[in-house]
Ligand binder design. Structure first.
Ligand code: G4P
Length: 541
């Protein structure tokens, strides 16, 4: 089915060309954790399935915040994992970046997706496209990310294969090409036919950690099929594959790369079935580390000079130490530990002496890293989301937005004497990108803005846990926030006339808060030289 050759790409150095940096998106419960675990298992990063979850549980018991995550069945802590994957003739390095599965964290997800070159969309074969899948997919589409689809839980009663494919095509407006085709469903599911390589893959139900059997065959008429597949299932398979080849588009690497076509694999993550084929698909179709949008110029992964950008900051990863780790996606070059890079926003040199790589659930000192890799840089708050690191060039990576919050609330410390502590905690969360924090020009206290209600609860529990500070969130009269920009004189004019609507964010930038859209229209009409915007690019220059 593979008809078009891979499009010509600039030749990357082999170390970079073998990297695949991607995220998994899915609705909670579709099987993201199980699939991740199997990736790590085949990647040699863990020896036994169950380790990721076991580690997760040990970590969770340490904090209520994590417990809340567990209770709700969501993953709000981000991480990056690097592991190896080898095909018959090539060794790959995979970088998997975790995305929060809950829509209340969509801004975080969006930023995470700025760091990857592709996404794996996991769906439950019985449920099809669910609400979170749809939302996360839309975020991928905004970035034209190539998507590989894994239809999971085929060992359970699932929908008809054509129905699943139709649903994806209709709901997500993307063409689907089957990379594999399931043989039987539920208890009768015995494996898949690999349409890309004319292979039969049979599932071994007895051993979940065992690699399934693969039989090389010469097409659907190969007599080996009769010996291995019950007659009724084989007849159905032949008919369906013939129909699929007639009705569905063939795999086209160029269309996959531009995000308009997704190959779909069927399998069962828990039975380790279909996982290796999906990994081989990631290896084969990629993409390789892609050029990154920046100003004044795009940055190619093949450039020799090291550049990278911070897409995530995570504080207090270890509650015992107030450490803060900036997750950096390397956009170009070959990074070596101890390198002196320029922190573009402050123009200060930064010696990166203890960068970390995340291997499965462990961290390891990164002696070197290449374009496409994700490294963690421990720091004391200098590194913020959107910051660029270069070997001296003034670059600004674009497209890492800060969205206007959709929900605003006031926050107060239970103990009024602790207002300063609260301010410190809030500033930290604002820098992490976990919330927007606004200090109103009039009055005391803070207004916190988030995208989803659950974020208030997570913030309250983190402030209590990490700073020992019980806090209360309350409603505020304000419903919208808009960042103000323009000349100083123009801004001063708006600020002087509307003091009750003005606040400043954690960078000190002015923000207009209001209850009514009408107010926003009024300011736009009365002050044409001031811009009100719903997003602020988190960036530096
Ligand atoms: P998530 O990260 O996307 O939320 O999903 P997760 O992997 O945690 O999987 C959700 C549930 O689905 C788990 O069951 C998991 O075992 C199950 N599951 C994952 N893949 C498959 C599959 O291929 N087939 C079947 N039948 N089930 C699968 P659970 O009961 O919630 O947890 P557990 O007790 O099994 O750990």
């Amino acid at each position: 089915m593979l008809e078009t050759p891979a499009p010509n790409r600039p030749t990357l150095p082999p170390e970079i060309a073998r990297r695949r940096t991607f995220a998994i998106i899915s609705h909670p419960d579709a099987g993201k954790t199980t699939l991740t675990e199997k990736f790590l298992l085949y990647g040699g990063a863990i020896q036994m399935a169950g380790q990721v979850r076991a580690k997760g549980e040990a970590r969770r018991t340490r904090s209520d915040f994590m417990k809340m995550e567990q209770d709700r069945g969501i993953s709000v802590s981000a991480s990056a994992m690097s592991f190896d994957f080898a095909t018959a003739d090539r060794a790959f390095r995979f970088n998997l970046v975790d995305t929060p599965g809950h829509s209340d964290f969509s801004e975080d997800t969006y930023r995470t997706l700025t760091a990857v070159d592709a996404a794996v969309m996991v769906i439950d074969g019985a449920k099809g496209i669910e609400s979170q899948t749809q939302k996360l997919f839309e975020v991928c589409r905004m970035r034209d990310l190539p998507i590989l689809t894994f239809c999971n839980k085929m060992d359970r009663e699932s929908r008809d294969t054509f129905d699943i494919i139709d649903e994806i095509q209709e709901n997500l407006a993307i063409d689907v090409t089957p990379a594999s085709w399931p043989i039987g469903v539920g208890r009768e599911f015995i494996g898949c036919y690999d349409l890309l390589h004319d292979r039969l893959e049979l599932m071994d139900r007895a051993d979940r950690n065992r690699v399934a059997e693969t039989v090389r065959i010469s097409g659907l008429d190969d007599p080996q099929l009769e010996a291995r597949i019950p007659a009724d299932l084989l007849a159905k398979l032949r008919e369906e594959v013939e129909m699929a080849r007639e009705l569905l588009p063939p795999m086209d690497p160029a269309r996959f790369l531009e995000g308009s076509l997704t190959p779909i694999w069927f399998g069962s993550a828990i039975n380790s079935f279909g996982v290796q084929e999906l990994m081989a698909g990631i290896a084969e179709f990629g993409p390789e580390p892609q050029p990154q949008r920046a100003e004044p110029r795009q940055v190619g992964a093949d450039e020799t000079s090291v550049t990278g950008f911070v897409f995530k900051v995570q504080a207090n990863m270890d509650p015992k130490h107030r450490d803060r780790v900036a997750f950096v996606r390397l956009a170009s070059g070959h990074f070596e530990r101890g390198m002196k890079l320029t922190h573009v926003r402050t123009r200060k040199p930064m010696s990166v002496s203890n960068p970390v790589l995340f291997l499965a659930a462990d961290r390891e000192l990164a002696e070197e890293a290449w374009a496409g890799d994700i490294i963690g840089i421990p720091n004391h708050g200098q590194l913020r989301i959107g910051d660029a690191l270069t070997e001296g060039e003034t670059l600004r990576f674009t497209g890492i937005p800060s969205f206007a919050p959709e929900l605003l609330q006031t926050v107060r410390a239970g103990d009024p004497m602790k207002a300063k502590h609260l301010e410190k905690a809030l500033m930290q969360f604002a820098e992490e990108g976990a919330a927007k924090v606004f200090k109103p020009a009039i009055g005391s206290g803070f207004i916190v803005g988030v995208v989803g209600q659950l974020q208030f609860e997570v913030l309250a529990s983190r402030i209590e846990l990490e700073y020992g500070l019980p806090v209360r969130f309350d409603t505020t009269q304000f419903k919208s926030a808009r960042w103000l920009s323009g000349s100083k004189a123009a801004l001063d004019g708006v600020i002087a006339k509307n003091p009750q609507h003005i606040a400043h964010d954690n960078d000190g930038d002015p923000v207009f808060l209001t209850r009514l859209q009408w107010d926003i229209d009024r300011i736009e009409r009365d002050h044409p030289d001031v811009r009100l915007s719903a997003t602020k690019e988190m960036m530096t220059g």
